[in-house]
Write a protein that binds this ligand. Structure first.
Ligand code: NIG
Ligand code: FE
Length: 379
């Protein structure tokens, strides 16, 4: 593969070294060399970053992109005072079931394209708006056209057309068998009004027996047992973590389970943000993701989530950027993305700014100038 020299990098964040200034790097599809811009190096092509900041591509480890329709009216009602309950998932289910594969595919394509333009180079995509054997499996087939990080979320809510007990049995049985060939992960919305801890354990254990790896929507709306279940099962991540007891925080801190915080959901449901400082200070690994979905967080923007995390969750810019890159990779148990150490995929972005702090300092401004994915410019 042809080599590319990126030089005159004003600030290079690799997460392997300390932040470098006046840096350069050579990449193929992987990172081959990192060093000083003044040391002479030859490559097939050269890109002059002109003093801009370069950082790893974002790893968005939590997104629900396979759906049809939107819920703008629900959002407007919420901003006028209605609470968020997750009940709107069934509205999206109806629109998703009625949509063709082509409509679902073009919606995912549009959202993945939005993400890429904002610096995301790895995205996890969940099912969860089909809620039938046919609609969950076709959702995952569509998702797998865009990413290897596909997640079976048949246990999102109980659909209105199936009794509760038989739905858990269906998800852990026939639906799982139809979906497992297209999924890497299994997820459950463990929450009051969705699935309780025992139901979640049943679904996750069945998924694990089929070779899927667990992750959980945990403690979003209430201080339930989702986080403790995530740690019990060595889940890769417990996502949301908005309502945590001290023992939840301790359990996360002494485990490999990443606390994935999704501030777009608190923003769009006007809810209190998760306490990132408490998690970080306890020693837990924190990641940031968009939760992109039509109900609780219809943003595809990792820079927006970084800005919220810094402004409203008291993460430092460096912590937020780590969480949106290396943290996302940990949440997907990946060591080949989320950093720019030698041998990592050449997934990176060049900003229209001299430092990555500008991602939080200049909220809402499209600062991602160029995006490289596996050594190929995709923006
Ligand atoms: O992560 N919490 C459950 N699932 C999504 C919301 C889905 C919806 O409201 O459509 C979430 O916030
Ligand atoms: Fe979610």
């Amino acid at each position: 593969m042809r080599s590319l020299l990126i030089t005159n990098i004003g600030e290079l964040t690799t997460h392997s070294d300390s932040v470098l200034t006046d840096a350069a790097m050579i990449v193929t599809d992987r990172v081959e060399w990192v060093g000083s811009a003044s040391s002479p190096h030859a490559a097939d092509e050269v890109f002059d970053a002109q003093g801009a900041a370069v950082l790893p591509g974002f790893v968005d480890s939590h997104a629900h992109l396979v759906f049809a329709g939107d819920r703008a009216a629900e959002f407007a009602a919420r901003m006028a005072g209605e609470p968020y309950t997750g009940g709107g998932i069934r509205t999206t289910m109806a629109a998703t079931r009625a949509a063709s594969d082509a409509v679902l595919r073009s919606n995912v394509e549009r959202l993945v394209d939005e993400m890429r333009r904002q610096g995301t180079t790895t995205v996890e995509i969940k099912s969860g708006y089909g809620l039938s054997v046919l609609d969950e499996s076709r959702s995952l087939r569509v998702a797998s056209e865009f990413t290897t990080e596909t997640t079976f979320l048949g246990a999102h809510v109980v659909p209105p057309d199936v009794p509760r007990d038989s739905y858990v049995e269906l998800v852990a049985g026939e639906m799982l068998r139809a979906c497992a060939p297209h999924a890497k992960w299994v997820d459950v919305f463990c929450e009051r009004g969705a699935f309780d801890v025992d139901e979640a354990r049943t679904v996750l254990a069945a998924g694990m027996a089929e070779g899927l790896l667990p992750r959980i929507h945990a403690n979003q709306l209430t201080e339930g047992g989702g986080v403790r279940l995530a740690v019990e099962l060595d889940a890769a991540s417990a996502d949301h973590c908005t309502h945590l007891s001290d023992s939840d925080v301790d359990a996360l801190a002494s485990s490999q389970t990443v606390a994935t915080l999704l501030p777009g959901a608190e923003f769009s449901t006007r809810s209190p943000y998760p306490d990132a400082r408490r998690l970080l200070d306890a020693g837990a690994t924190v990641s940031l993701a968009t939760d992109c979905n039509p109900g609780s967080s219809y943003t595809s923007s990792m820079p927006f989530c970084i800005a919220l995390a810094v402004r409203d969750m008291r993460m430092t810019p460096a912590e937020a950027i780590w969480a949106a890159t290396a943290g996302g990779a940990r949440a997907l148990r990946r060591s080949d993305v989320g950093h720019l150490g030698i041998g990592a995929y050449a997934d990176l972005m060049v900003l229209d700014a001299p430092s990555s702090v500008h991602l939080a300092y200049r909220p809402g401004v499209p600062l991602v100038r160029k995006v490289l994915h596996k050594g190929v410019w995709v923006r």
